[in-house]
Design a protein around this ligand. Structure first.
Ligand code: LLP
Length: 427
């Protein structure tokens, strides 16, 4: 089923009218479709079935406990980048033995926490980190499983802030250095190199960068094994793009077709760390129009969601489709391809209440006429939405609702003003 669809000009999440959720839980409100999340997970599990895949959902995309529980119930593993994310996975009942621990700056306590929990492997980003893991593991009398994160030096052709697999990036090590480091690992009895990791960037819409990366990875795995390392896992990272405007990203199956031959040739198990492709189009941010305003010939729609709720437009100039929750008479539901012109619309800046010019969800966006009280849906907000939210301007963070079929339930209550000062009081 389509996660979000218009029926009789009303936006639905699965079988629940979004307007009803806004009434019940207030705005701004994140609304997620459980079946969209599960369907994508299942598709990923199926398209890679030949190489016994472990889908490690990238918790950073959306770390809500209800979503983690849902994914866990359908066989997902997890990719975490902090002790905090690992804590969430464990709290949600996730299996540490199906969890990988990535990130460029793991602290000693985080390393110890992950060893204690028994994570599947650490994605190691530098020599210095390798030494830290070896030292912590040895002090605990344990052997830590690791995968070296390698930069294949391919251009993922994505936003410069979300490109990670090139030589000048702070992530991973280049292939030549990887071989030198791997030599060193042989003398570290508290480490075992069971995998190789690559993550080349995020919101990658074409399959070629993956194909190129895999080619380099397979060759490297051969060399690592020849050195005696028991490399059994090829972790291909995340980055699979989604449609923000329309169908701009290649389908999941095509990414798999590009990746699978290499993994089969290497004779490895495949791990992947998808975040956005699972959660992104499974969520919308619902907001309510507070004021309309004109300044010169600019028209503004001031609504109650702000950059503290969804920072992607301000931070990356990202495009998110926006459309009324109740479509006014005479206007269509938004077309699947957003580039189409819709007669009767006018360009507006959709802005929030925060005291910054950068506080916008969209600029010069063609929208039907709207008024105070009308509800707006900002689409593709399920990934890197709520997780990047802040309390800037002392704004309580939004509530989150998870819909499954005809049922909706609160997945995070709206923060109260007391929540916002709780860590500062009584000191
Ligand atoms: N694995 C690693 C090592 C990563 O660094 C990331 C994302 C992922 C997996 C998941 O990538 P995905 O499948 O979601 O593309 N805040 C930015 C995205 C930052 C991505 C950071 N790393 C945004 O809003 O576009």
């Amino acid at each position: 089923m389509e996660a979000f669809q218009y029926r009789d000009n009303q936006l639905y999440c699965e079988d629940v009218p979004v307007a009803r959720l806004a009434e019940e839980y207030g705005t701004p409100l994140y609304v997620y479709s459980g079946s969209a999340i599960v369907d994508t997970l299942k598709t990923l599990q199926e398209v890679y079935a030949e190489v016994d895949p472990l889908v490690c959902y990238s918790v950073k995309a959306n770390s809500n406990l209800s979503i983690l529980r849902l994914l866990k119930a359908h066989g997902s593993g997890f990719d975490v980048v902090s002790g905090g994310e690992l804590f969430r996975v464990l709290r949600a009942g996730g299996d540490p033995a199906r969890t990988v621990f990535a990130g460029v700056g793991k602290s000693d306590p985080e390393i110890a926490q992950a060893i204690e929990a028994g994570v599947l492997m650490f994605n190691v980003e530098s020599e210095a980190e390798l030494e830290a893991i070896a030292r912590v593991a040895s002090s605990m009398g344990r052997v830590a499983p690791i995968a070296l994160r390698v930069n294949p030096d391919v251009d993922p052709k994505t936003h410069r802030y979300t490109s990670t697999g090139q030589k000048q990036s702070k992530f991973g090590v280049d292939i030549e250095r990887a071989l030198r480091i791997a030599e060193g690992v042989k003398g570290m009895p508290s480490l075992t190199m069971i995998g190789m990791h690559m993550h080349i960037g995020s919101q990658i819409t074409t399959v070629e960068p993956y194909a190129k990366a895999v080619e380099k990875g397979v060759e490297l795995i051969g060399k690592l094994r020849a050195m005696g390392h028991p490399v059994a896992w090829y972790n291909m990272g995340g980055g699979y793009g989604i449609g923000y405007r329309g169908p701009e990203a290649r389908p999941i199956k095509e990414f798999a077709d590009a990746i699978l031959p290499g993994i089969k040739a290497a004779g490895c198990r495949l791990a992947i760390e998808p975040g956005r492709v699972i959660a992104g189009n499974a969520g919308v941010l619902v907001s309510r129009v507070l004021y309309t305003k004109q300044s010169g010939d600019k028209r503004f729609l001031i609504q109650d969601a702000a950059m503290n709720d969804l920072i992607r437009p301000a931070l990356y100039e990202s495009f998110h489709r926006i459309w009324p929750v109740a479509v006014p008479e005479g206007f269509p539901a938004p077309p699947a391809d957003y580039e189409a012109e819709i007669p009767g619309t006018e360009p507006r800046d959709v802005v929030g209440p925060i005291c910054e010019s950068g506080d916008f969800l969209a600029k010069d966006r063609a929208l039907p006429p709207l008024d105070r009280g009308d509800l707006l849906a900002t689409f593709s907000a399920g990934a890197y939405g709520m997780v990047m939210a802040s309390n800037y301007n002392t704004r309580p963070r939004a509530a989150e609702v998870l819909v499954e079929g005809g049922t909706a339930r609160l997945a995070r209550r709206r923060e109260t003003l007391d929540d916002l000062v709780a860590a500062e009081e009584g000191l």
